[in-house]
Design a protein around this ligand. Structure first.
Ligand code: FES
Length: 105
């Protein structure tokens, strides 16, 4: 497994949203409500890029159809209307020294 650093941990703050390409994967590192998550830069609903998504109250809102996904458990908000929409699947984040990143390999 190789460690791929994404950013310095001191750069993370409320509303942080940054895109990275690691080994061909487009990933998004985000923070909202103190929750830090690394997710695919593809909405689980229809694959739209989340690069311009809005973050608020621990949720990320896809700009395409405005479905909000909770960062805490990945699930979409909206009850029955979104019952067939898959949730976000976060990657495990690793801290090494002052860096936050991902192990792949
Ligand atoms: S593609 Fe994201 S909400 Fe539909």
């Amino acid at each position: 497994m190789n460690f791929y650093p994404l950013d310095d941990t001191c750069n993370l703050r409320e509303g942080y949203l940054k895109c990275f390409t690691i080994e061909g994967k487009e990933l998004l590192l985000v923070q909202s409500n103190g929750l830090i998550r690394l997710i695919d830069n593809r909405c689980p609903h229809d694959g739209y890029s989340l690069k311009k998504a809005r973050l608020s109250n621990g949720c990320i809102e896809c700009p395409k159809h405005r479905i909000c996904f909770q960062l805490a458990d990945g699930s979409p908000l909206g009850g029955e209307a979104v019952s067939d929409v898959p949730g976000l699947v976060p990657y495990d984040l690793v801290e090494e020294g002052e860096k936050i990143g991902i192990l792949l390999g």
